[in-house]
Design a protein around this ligand. Structure first.
Ligand SMILES: CC(C)(COP(=O)(O)OP(=O)(O)OC[C@H]1O[C@@H](n2cnc3c(N)ncnc32)[C@H](O)[C@@H]1OP(=O)(O)O)[C@@H](O)C(=O)NCCC(=O)NCCS
Length: 190
């Protein structure tokens, strides 16, 4: 898969992970708060963080997905990760993302997800992008609502995480909905 290497937003630069990011991934993704909403390995020591980065790079090389480090444009600091598993046969991407706890509730999640949705439809030419989130994680649902995704349903007791069965809320967007939304924003009606 040929992919653009960076995506820019107002405050963020999404760029490929490097092995030197392992320390930041360990520090940020290692927290229980972040693990609770994801399937990130937990506990995540520095070696597990390095393996996580290596696996993401391998997935990207094999065309199974894309993953970006979310960094602050101004300082270059790594604050999280965002990616998509891609099933080329169906032209479909499954979003996943996390931010370190100190960076929550400042709009960064919405900014990164919005950018990746745009990237998926515009650069990767996907037909559908979807995102499941744990029912116990309403902040993630709010992000998906804010980027204009549609709530498609609830999958009951779909996942098992830390010994608990978890309902999953499913959000999705189709290419034509993205295009309508984008054209609507430009206000040109074309
Ligand atoms: C989910 C996550 C990415 C959100 O990132 P973020 O940068 O905090 O998101 P934003 O600031 O853009 O938006 C968060 C929204 O959720 C709302 N929110 C936060 N906590 C909430 C809660 N407990 N209940 C309801 N809404 C909540 C915020 O008020 C905000 O909505 P608003 O702008 O309408 O006020 C972040 O919390 C995170 O990384 N969590 C751990 C990993 C994770 O759960 N990843 C998602 C896997 S599906």
């Amino acid at each position: 898969m040929t992919v653009d290497l960076t995506v820019r937003t107002a405050r963020l630069l999404l760029r490929p992970f490097q092995t030197t990011d392992a320390e930041a991934v360990h520090r940020l993704a290692g927290s229980q708060d972040v693990a609770a909403g994801t399937f990130l390995p937990h506990p995540m020591d520095r070696q597990a963080a390095l393996s996580w980065i290596t696996e993401r790079v391998e997935d990207q090389t094999a065309g199974r997905g894309v993953t970006f480090a979310i960094t602050l444009e101004e300082s270059g600091e790594v604050i999280g990760a965002i990616g998509m598993e891609i099933v080329a046969t169906h032209e479909q991407g499954r979003l996943s993302y996390w931010l370190g706890r100190p960076y929550w509730n400042r709009g960064y999640g919405t900014e990164a997800v919005s950018a990746l949705v745009g990237y998926g439809f515009s650069s990767l030419k996907l037909h559908r992008i979807y995102a499941p989130h744990f029912h116990t994680n309403p902040a993630s649902g709010r992000v998906l609502q804010k980027v204009g995704m549609t709530h498609e349903g609830r999958l009951r007791e779909h996942y098992l995480r830390f010994g608990r069965r978890i309902d999953v809320e499913l959000y999705g967007m189709l290419r034509e909905e993205f295009l309508t939304k984008t054209i609507g924003k430009k206000g040109n009606g074309a």
